[in-house]
Ligand binder design. Structure first.
Ligand SMILES: Cc1ncc(COP(=O)(O)O)c(C=O)c1O
Length: 170
């Protein structure tokens, strides 16, 4: 094993913090500020994970309680459903309609219930490449206003987008 004594003298000689090293969390907060116009608190609001699947699992496990309902839009990334099930939740699936693969907001309103806890969205969407528009977010906020429903927004492909309006995050 090769040991770089400079790393040791600079303090890189212990387990990394569970939430990720501070300079990386600061860089993520800066990037968020540049792209989205708000800066999360790097200590309290940024957690680094080993890929998106871990982040999704952690978020779903933290939020979903037994009996809670979780809305997701199909086709969807395979890990959402099993993570919801492991947390004791029930997945309520809404089909995105081809060819545009947009959300039918009337159907969305009908699937919400007293037990809805979480909505999982994905934009740009795998596998259809459809993207959420500002009006989709407006419809979402309107539909869940005044209710304690969380939104988990999977934007792993935020930088792989070809839509005219670019990537919308809210
Ligand atoms: C929509 C979506 N979210 C999350 C992931 C998982 O990302 P990661 O490989 O970083 O766990 C994928 C991978 O295919 C994906 O398509």
């Amino acid at each position: 094993m090769k040991v770089n004594d400079q790393d040791i003298s600079q303090g890189a000689n212990q387990y990394a913090p569970m939430t990720g090293v501070a300079p990386l969390r600061e860089a993520i907060a800066d990037k968020t500020a540049q792209l989205y116009g708000w800066r999360p608190d790097a200590d309290a609001e940024v957690t680094v994970t080993a890929g998106a699947t871990e982040a999704l699992f952690a978020a779903i496990s933290a939020l979903v309680r037994p009996g809670d309902e979780v809305v997701c839009f199909d086709p969807s990334y395979d890990s959402y459903g099993p993570a919801v099930e492991l947390a004791g939740g029930v997945t309520r699936r809404l089909a995105l309609q081809p060819p545009a693969f947009r959300v039918d907001w009337t159907q969305f309103g009908e699937v919400l219930s007293e037990r809805t806890r979480l909505v999982i969205l994905n934009t740009p969407h795998n596998p259809s490449a459809s993207v959420w528009q500002a009006e989709d977010f407006q419809q979402l906020w309107q539909a869940i206003a005044e209710r304690e429903i969380y939104v988990l927004s999977d934007e792993v492909y935020e930088h792989i987008g070809f839509a005219d309006g670019g990537h919308q995050s809210e």
